[in-house]
Design a protein around this ligand. Sequence first.
Ligand SMILES: *[C@@H]1O[C@H](CO)[C@@H](O)[C@H](O)[C@H]1NC(C)=O
Length: 330
Amino acid sequence: MALVSTTSIVLFFLLFINTSHIIIAELPRFEHKRNGEDGSLSFLVVGDWGRRGEYNQSRVAHQMGIIGEELDIDFVISTGDNFYDNGLTGEKDPAFFESFSNIYTANSLQKQWYSVLGNHDYRGDVEAQLSPYLRQIDNRWLCLRSFIVNTEMVEIFFVDTSPFVREYFDIPNEHSYDWRGVLPVKRYINKLLSDLKTSLKKSTATWKIVVGHHAIRSVGHHGDTQELVHHLLPILQANDVDLYINGHDHCLEHISDDKSDIQFLTSGAGSKAWRGDVEEVNKDGVKFFYDGQGFMSVQFLETEVGIVFYDVSGQVVHRWSTSKQPLAAS
Ligand SMILES: *[C@@H]1O[C@H](CO)[C@@H](O)[C@H](O)[C@H]1NC(C)=O
């Protein structure tokens, strides 16, 4: 309790200072040392998963364990909607064990998990998932709103995308969202975009990845997220981002940008999938779409990246790779 209130006081204080333009707080940054002596980096990406093992969540988790072992992964990324239907009710919500700790039990998955929040997570006690208390009871867990993970060769920028989506504010229907820490939303978004832009410009990593819950481009149920197409995409295009990775649509998909080298990758198939729910508009650049359950792996060598999508049985359903020279060779 004491911890929580101290945190909120500090947050409140930081917000207060920001309004007077004294301190420009940057995105929290984590240095991640890679496993491999060969300089490679690999990780798995899963999204939209927490259903107490149901809807094949446990089967996907089992296959993640096997592929994680094969690739000797460095960490796991969660693209959000971590706990259904309405996030966590608080730090002590048993769903944390039932949908996370007791499900992803394979040896190879006992690594750091880097997670963002999805729109469903905002429907619960949003601060519970961000709480250091969860990190104490399962030290794999790390969920922040927006942050950076740096591995030198690869830099990953995690972006909190739910506040961009107007619909959640304008027509929330029967849902209530916990917008603590986000209001006023216009200022929150502007600050986030400006911090992201600054950090991307400063980055010297060979590969830059941006992760968010909502898709920029998708042919699944929700389709493109127009707010992100307008506000986020131009920043990614201007700063040589290689991959944009998201969940939200419960499918696996790969779409190439027509104006840059950005690859849009959806990995939102960690449990319940929406079979047959395909959007009929904007099919530009679609390389792959799979409306069943599964997950993705990403593997970097100094000059090469390879992505692989797997279904619920661990079968490879799509592969793609590309290469480039490091930015600063000298
Ligand atoms: C689990 O996966 C199997 C194999 O793809 C599929 O037949 C079954 O419908 C899935 N179950 C659920 C609840 O999605």
